[in-house]
Design a protein around this ligand. Structure first.
Ligand code: ADP
Ligand code: MG
Length: 350
């Protein structure tokens, strides 16, 4: 666990970049620092590995004051990933990844084996190992940056806007890769971004900072979205707040209509309900299509997927109905537009 206890950073010119910050980054979790440019995110991050020293207050790493640990020792246990990867341009990828093992005096073979293993872990083709950084795309370079930070298997990983310089599609895949890696590695990660969507997607907890280095709110993403502390946080979250929040709302209470589901054997004779399309299901209960219509349909897993997924499913259907299925893909009912509207209204109140 990393504890910030009333930490202030005043630069020599008197500028206060971080103001009386108290937060805890839990072990094995991703803590995100988010806020507009200049709000002190990088300063906060660098105080952890002492690239910058705090002016006041204490930073504790598992209870030990980082100021009492000499920087090289401290940094051995802390991986650091920055924007544009910061790779050494004249070193091959494999040697970039093995940088820290070499510094730690590992023999060359062991260091390189470790580097190869990590390249694979972050989803890179081993053939890339012999290339130089300029021969890789931005997204690939970022993966190398992550591999390099993991090389000595540090328990803590600091990431400063690591995905900010790549295009949105690559960025999404890097975010997913990080979440997958984290589910295997359980590092204590402090992740800096100016992008609230990224913060909400990656963070177990999110610290929203405002300019002047003041903490505006420190909470789980769900709480940020449902209970923003003030107008600054509300505005920073933006107008899509309502939609994002739906990702955290369960579909288990969504009212389903089973009378709109008909089996394929019985389908021919039954008349369409006046207030919705009928979903025809196969003998084993799987959705076939809307009766008398070629229009598409969308499904979601009832009780497991979020309300947002149910709405996405409804958008695929011409009638605005979502097909609720169980984890095996069998239809359990239809969420009508009315039922979805009711759930949305309830979400807006809550
Ligand atoms: P962020 O990463 O959130 O964009 P930084 O932590 O880099 O913000 O910087 C926070 C503030 O501190 C900015 O206003 C920046 O100009 C200022 N700052 C950063 N480094 C120094 C320095 N060495 N001396 C004076 N001010 C600095
Ligand atoms: Mg920064």
């Amino acid at each position: 666990m990393i504890t910030f206890d009333s930490v202030t950073k005043r630069y020599p010119d008197g500028f206060v970049a971080v103001d009386d910050l108290s937060i805890e980054a839990e072990t094995g979790r991703i803590t995100v620092l988010v806020g507009p440019s200049g709000c002190g995110k990088t300063t906060t991050l660098r105080m952890i590995n002492r690239m910058i020293d705090a002016t006041e207050g204490q930073i504790l790493l598992d209870g030990a004051d980082v100021k009492k640990i000499d920087p090289p020792t401290l940094r051995r246990g802390i991986g650091y990933v920055i924007q544009q990867a910061g790779l050494f341009p004249h070193r091959k990828i494999v040697d970039n990844v093995a940088t820290v093992p070499y510094l730690l005096g590992w023999d060359k073979k062991k260091a390189r084996d470790r580097a190869m293993e990590l390249l694979e872990r972050v989803g890179l083709d081993p053939k890339m190992a012999q290339r130089y950084p300029f021969q890789l795309s931005g997204g690939q370079q970022q993966r190398v940056g992550v591999a390099r930070a993991l090389a000595a298997d540090p328990p803590v990983l600091l990431m400063d806007e690591p995905f900010s310089a790549v295009d949105p599609i690559v960025r999404t895949s890097l975010q997913e890769e990080l979440l997958r890696l984290q589910s295997e590695l359980n590092k204590t990660i402090v992740f800096v971004t100016h992008d609230i969507d990224e913060a909400i997607k990656l963070g177990d907890k999110v610290a929203v900072l405002r300019v002047g280095g003041k903490l505006a709110q420190f909470a789980a993403p769900k709480t940020l979205l449902s209970e923003p502390a003030d107008d600054f946080v509300r505005e920073f979250l933006g107008r899509d707040r309502g939609i994002r929040r739906l990702s955290f709302i369960s579909t288990e209470h969504l009212r389903l209509r089973t009378d709109l589901v008909v089996s394929s054997s019985a389908a021919s004779g039954s008349a369409a309900a006046s207030d919705g399309l009928l979903m025809v299901v196969s003998e084993d209960g799987r959705p076939v299509g809307w009766q008398g219509s070629d229009e598409p349909f969308g499904t979601y897993v009832h009780g497991k997927d979020s309300l947002r997924a149910a709405l996405d499913a409804a958008l695929l259907s011409p009638s605005g109905q979502a097909v609720a299925v169980d984890p095996e893909g069998k239809v359990v009912g239809i969420a009508t537009r009315e039922a979805l509207d009711a759930a949305l209204a309830e979400a807006a109140d809550g």
